[in-house]
Design a protein around this ligand. Structure first.
Ligand code: GDP
Ligand code: MG
Length: 415
């Protein structure tokens, strides 16, 4: 593909393999997540009202503000900037669909607007990312109608280069925007870039630059940790159920009784309701299970989401079934993850129906090792009955997240 591409700017000469990707969509947080996933860094971390460029030698990602905001006074400027920064055309457009806009009519309207703005052929270079497998299935037919690629968020990073491997370069058509204006803007942006950066290394206008791999992005993570069979996946599903509307229902995590690990790798779902901001719900395998292959790699994957200040850990323990293996589990997890997760941990006890009418606090006090863990976690604990899909137990859990009212101000208003 690169050999077919016209050289559009200085970066291609230094990085001939570099692909240029235009990142579009209504929600800044989601665009940031996708952009960071592809770059393998935390280059994008704010809601920006200008175009932000993040680069590695493999990718140049142009993260655009919301083109679909009818009230924006700057849409034309943003479109011209995108055309200038990716002149004569990017290798790929990625349209990120957020969990609240997965209705077919919304998605079709966005694709049509892009065709109208940039040219009919955009669809041959367009990847639409969907937030869950359910919308992936329900919108599957759009693939044929528009000749686009549909991709669930999770697999995108590895797919990006494959997608570009055998298509002709995309070239903007200039039906609505003058080519002269775009090339003038391109020269102006290059001049600004040179003044700012001395031309080397590239750090375009509004550049986020790039940074170390594995640094967390700006999304808050809820990470479920614990041994096999304690109810991590079932608890994640209970949380997920609160945000599910009929049109936005999400694929559940696999949860079933088994002494062998059912969850064998870290998995996440992005949700917005009831938090009011995007939250990544991360289910993990039992890192201590001797049948878990690749345990080290899974811990590394988990570390991406489980970083101080960016997450809450739910340490899941089955009520009434505290095992020897769980003694010292908090310290062992801290060892693996490399920080004092206790500062951000809530002990989540499952099988709440087993408590009957007894007091939970008394129950905890009767088990010295359980009491010890709860104590180490600053007495943050909560009880779930995962056989009930009860919103209240989830909201009460969220309210135990340290600083929840600052992080989720809309939740405070709604509940
Ligand atoms: N009755 C009941 N069953 C539960 C509860 N939580 C989990 N389970 C069941 O326990 C089994 C193991 O749960 P799972 O979520 O797969 O555990 P994981 O290995 O920690 O992810 C599944 O059959 C769940 O349905 C609960 O609160 N009540
Ligand atoms: Mg599981």
């Amino acid at each position: 593909m690169q050999s077919k591409r016209l050289p559009s700017n200085g970066h291609l000469e230094s990085h001939p393999e570099q692909l240029t990707v235009a990142l579009l969509g209504k929600r800044a947080e989601l665009r940031n997540i996708i952009g960071n996933m592809i770059l393998g860094s935390n280059a994008f971390d704010t809601e920006s009202h200008i175009l932000v460029v993040g680069e590695t030698s493999s990718f140049k990602i142009i993260n655009t503000p919301d083109f679909f905001d009818e009230e924006s006074l700057h849409t034309d400027q943003h479109i011209i900037d995108l055309m200038a920064l990716s002149h004569p055309g990017p290798d790929l457009f990625i349209l990120t669909i957020d969990p609240e806009n997965t209705q077919e009519v919304d998605v079709v309207a966005q694709i049509s607007k892009l065709q109208h703005t940039f040219g009919e052929r955009i669809t041959e270079h367009l990847v639409v990312t969907l937030p869950d497998m359910e919308s992936f299935h329900s919108l599957g037919h759009l693939k044929e109608i528009f000749d686009i690629w549909l991709a669930p968020d999770e697999n995108l990073a590895s797919e990006c280069r494959n997608l570009c491997s055998d298509c002709d370069p995309f070239l903007y058509d200039y039906r609505h925007y003058s080519q002269d204006v775009v090339t003038r803007r391109k020269t102006a942006l290059e001049t600004i870039q040179k003044q700012r950066c001395g031309g080397d290394p590239p750090c375009d206008v509004g550049s986020a630059g790039t940074s170390a791999h594995g640094v967390p992005d700006n999304i808050f993570n809820i990470v479920l940790l614990g041994l096999t069979g304690t109810g991590k996946s079932a608890s994640a599903n209970t949380i997920l159920a609160v945000g599910n509307t009929r049109r936005g229902s999400r694929q559940l995590f696999r949860s079933e009784p088994s002494s062998m690990p059912v969850t064998t790798q870290c998995e996440f779902r992005i949700m917005e309701k009831p938090f009011g901001v995007l939250v990544r719900l991360v289910d993990t395998p039992d890192f201590f299970h001797d049948q878990l292959e690749n345990s080290k790699a899974q811990v590394e994957e988990c570390k991406k989401y489980c970083q101080p200040g960016h997450c809450v850990v739910l340490l899941v323990i089955q009520l009434g079934r505290f095992t020897d293996a769980e003694e010292g589990i908090l310290e062992k997890l801290e060892d693996k993850l490399g920080w004092k997760i206790r500062e951000s941990t809530i002990v989540l006890l499952t099988h709440g129906e087993g408590l009957k009418k007894r007091s939970l606090l008394r129950f905890i006090h009767e088990s010295a090792p359980l009491k010890n863990i709860v104590e180490l976690c600053g007495f943050r604990y909560h009880l779930f009955n995962n056989s009930l899909k009860d919103t209240k137990q989830v909201i009460n859990l969220i309210k135990k997240i340290p600083n929840y009212n600052k992080m989720f101000p809309k939740l405070t208003k709604n509940y």
